[in-house]
Design a protein. Sequence first.
Length: 288
Amino acid sequence: MKRAGYFAELTKPRITSFILMSSAIGFLCGAHLAPAWSWAALLHMLFGTGLIASGTAALNQWYENEGDALMRRTRARPIPSGRLTAGEALWFGVALSAAGFAELCLEVNLLTGLLGLFTLASYLFVYTPLKRVSPISTTIGAIPGAMPPLIGYAAASGRLNFEAGILYAILFLWQFPHFYAIAWMYREDYARAGIRMLPVVEPDGDSTGRRIVWFSLALVPMSLAPKFFAMAGNVYMYGALALGAIVLVAGFRAASEHSTLRARQVLLASVVYLPLLYGLLVIDGTRY
């Protein structure tokens, strides 16, 4: 039973739950384009996405296990702590990813499967190695990071359109204040592992703070797009404005005071923001 728990840790359940939440929102928004949809289709999408997301998390930890051993926040993970071997994590990740790809292709549709495969490949083979090369990795990583709504939308409708693009753009922009805050909080850890996050390369914090503010500002009008493209109503719009203001205020504070406390406030604001915004879209959405 303990070993099963170790393997479960490799799947990063909290991150996977966020991925599934975003995929489910995409599915619900795309369902109006389908002649008929079923709970079975939604469950197949969630199951396949969960498998491929879990496999990607395991493979990422296999790839980065040496760096993880150098960082305080990650050295207790199953591989650096010695509870699992790198080989076990590799095969576990491959098996989950292959099963997820097959599930999406066979039980949902080919487009959904290919989107899942693109997410895995770009995350593992582009973003992950780039982390040791340049801070631009954060931008590159946001590309696969914003894919879950597209996966859900394609699963429901079999296509992608501007509505899917709006959901993608919201999640794409949301990632920057979220991950820049994490990068600032753990900049010493990242430096120890040779990961070139922005606060490591430019340690005064000015550039990190500016980017938190820029992307928080950009997130506000993008979050309003569902209202102006008839995807949601006024309740959603006012709620999105309030949530955006919370993230923006936290961002301005972090930009003016480069401290772990302020970065943590940005992180907490971003963590609260996304599920509440999605909740408003469900409550006041017009597409389902």
